[in-house]
Ligand binder design. Structure first.
Ligand SMILES: [Cu+2]
Length: 168
């Protein structure tokens, strides 16, 4: 009985874990000038828990997370806020619109090196949406996801313990 409950929870949680994605911004082109990042982002589904990876030769560019106004006007925040490694990973932690620009020279204003995406709530949504309704109406927040992740870890430990006890 307990074991079957674990399998039900597994069936729900496992596909969701697998579905967390990593997006290389610009794919093979990476993070650079004169590339249409809006075209790149179009048709992609970004969800809480997914990652954005900005790849570029270190020193040539950088990455700033900005607000919508600064995005529009290419206003660069203090350099201390920049990501500069050349392989910068950003975990999409909250739903909503996210704006990123390059702060080097005129890369944003002239080179169009800017990206705006909309992050959809909850990576749980795709796997359980069919039984609960459209994914965009799922009311999960990032804190709810945290609870689910913790639950998953508890279930994992319990599952391994059960397999170890009964399987040995
Ligand atoms: Cu740049």
């Amino acid at each position: 009985m307990a074991l079957s409950s674990f399998f039900i929870i597994f069936a729900i949680v496992c596909p969701a874990i697998v579905s967390a994605k990593e997006f290389i911004v610009g794919d093979d082109i990476g993070w650079t000038t004169n590339f249409d990042y809006q075209a790149w982002a179009q048709g992609k589904e970004f969800r809480v828990g997914d990652k954005l990876v900005f790849q570029y030769p270190a020193g040539s560019h950088n990455v700033f997370k900005v607000n919508g106004t600064d995005f529009q006007n290419c206003i660069v925040p203090p350099l201390s806020e920049a990501l500069t490694s050349g392989n910068d990973t950003i975990v999409l932690a909250t739903p909503g619109r996210k704006w990123y620009i390059c702060g080097v020279g005129e890369h944003c204003a002239v080179g169009g090196q800017k990206l705006v995406i909309t992050v959809q709530s909850g990576w749980m949504a795709p796997s359980i949406a069919p039984s609960f309704g459209p994914s965009h109406t799922m009311p999960y927040t990032s804190s709810a996801n945290g609870i689910i992740v913790n639950l998953f870890h508890i279930v994992m430990v319990a599952f391994v313990a059960i397999v170890w006890i009964f399987g040995a």
